[in-house]
Design a protein around this ligand. Structure first.
Ligand SMILES: Nc1ncnc2c1ncn2[C@@H]1O[C@H](COP(=O)(O)OP(=O)(O)OP(=O)(O)O)[C@@H](O)[C@H]1O
Ligand SMILES: [Mg+2]
Length: 328
């Protein structure tokens, strides 16, 4: 350690600078812009996006909080936009989706998971480097924290979560420093039980009765402990994607792929789009997990050709023999 590093506690200094030198000013959230941003990245989940935008704005309007900005549980089939929503929230509220910390809970299923999150206890190797959950929040407290496949986490992780979601504070084991999570948005995701929950969503038109039914169902079937359910602000069930929404997402992805070749797409014929959608439906049914790969396979060669031929803008169509026609 260099001499200057030893002269002060740099982690604590960084935290103090962050909270005291102007950077701690609460983010001013414009509800309409936040909603527009969420809708521009996540398609076909408009009710969820609207409710999240409302909730986040209400939370930011509060003078003080003694828990995270909000604790959300996102449930639904694979590839329907749960992680995408978390990234979109991080990008808007905290300027960059990189300000999201993601934990795959299937990797937090062992007894040592707690040490990974909040650091090794004093006296153990690595105790001074802190935990993967606590250390990044110590240096920048404005984060989205995402726990994917939450039902796979070890019970010791659930104990930590109770503290995180309830009090918004966790003490690091090695350093003994208390870390403040009250500027964080906490998101838990799961594929568990989404079908019965989707039925509860359909049956209950009253929001509070729906939320209570969902929480009771999740506690009754022992997926989540009731204490955890009590600390969740909202549960959202992500809908299966309708075919026209998948088409919209496909067009977004085609545009993005073209951009990576410095090409702009002006038109994609419906027949060609259908070819990609059929290939996706065979593999992912209602989700879009494989869509990006399928689109790459179908469209990347055409964009590479366009780049080679210096075509800045292209129109893509399907020829009668099944191959692609590229027009500049
Ligand atoms: N509703 C959606 N709107 C826009 N893009 C989407 C949507 N759903 C999925 N995608 C795209 O598909 C990919 C996978 O989506 P995402 O990671 O959000 O799925 P997920 O719901 O978190 O699935 P899992 O339960 O398997 O984690 C992302 O690249 C994303 O861009
Ligand atoms: Mg996900």
């Amino acid at each position: 350690m260099s001499a200057i590093r030893k002269l002060t506690d740099w982690d604590e200094l960084e935290r103090l600078i962050h909270t005291n030198l102007g950077e701690s000013e609460e983010v001013k959230v414009d509800r309409t812009k936040l909603l527009q941003h969420l809708l521009s990245r996540v398609r076909g989940q408009d009710d969820t996006a609207t409710d999240i935008a409302n909730l986040v704005c209400l939370q930011y309007a509060r003078k003080s909080r003694d828990k995270p900005v909000c604790n959300l549980l996102l449930l639904g089939p694979t590839g329907t936009g749960k992680t995408e929503m978390a990234k979109a929230i991080a990008e808007y509220l905290f300027e960059d989706e990189k300000n999201m910390i993601r934990f795959d809970c299937s990797e937090l299923s062992g007894t040592h998971s707690k040490d990974r999150l909040v650091g090794m206890p004093v006296g153990y190797v690595g105790a001074e480097s802190g935990g993967q959950l606590t250390r990044p929040v110590m240096t920048n407290p404005k984060r989205v924290i995402l726990f994917d496949e939450i039902e796979k986490a070890h019970p010791c992780v659930f104990d930590l979560l109770l503290q995180l979601l309830g009090e918004g504070r966790i003490t690091e084991q090695g350093s003994g420093k208390t870390v403040d999570f009250t500027s964080c948005v906490i998101i838990l995701t799961s594929n568990a039980q989404w079908e019965p929950l989707a039925a509860i969503k359909q049956e209950n038109k009253n929001y509070h009765s729906m939320l209570n039914h969902m929480k009771s169902h999740l506690s009754d079937c022992s997926v989540f402990r009731p204490e955890l359910m009590g600390r969740i602000d909202r549960i959202y069930i992500f809908d299966q994607l309708k075919k026209d929404v998948v088409a919209e997402i496909a067009l977004m992805k085609i545009g993005k792929l073209a951009q990576s070749f410095s090409v702009q797409v002006e038109f994609v014929s419906p027949q060609l789009l259908l070819k990609a959608l059929e290939a996706n439906h065979k593999i992912s049914r209602f989700g879009v997990r494989e869509l990006e790969r399928i689109i790459f396979d179908i469209f990347a060669p055409a964009f590479a050709t366009a780049k080679q031929e210096k075509l800045a803008k292209v129109k893509l169509e399907l020829k009668s023999d099944g191959s692609m026609m590229l027009r500049g």
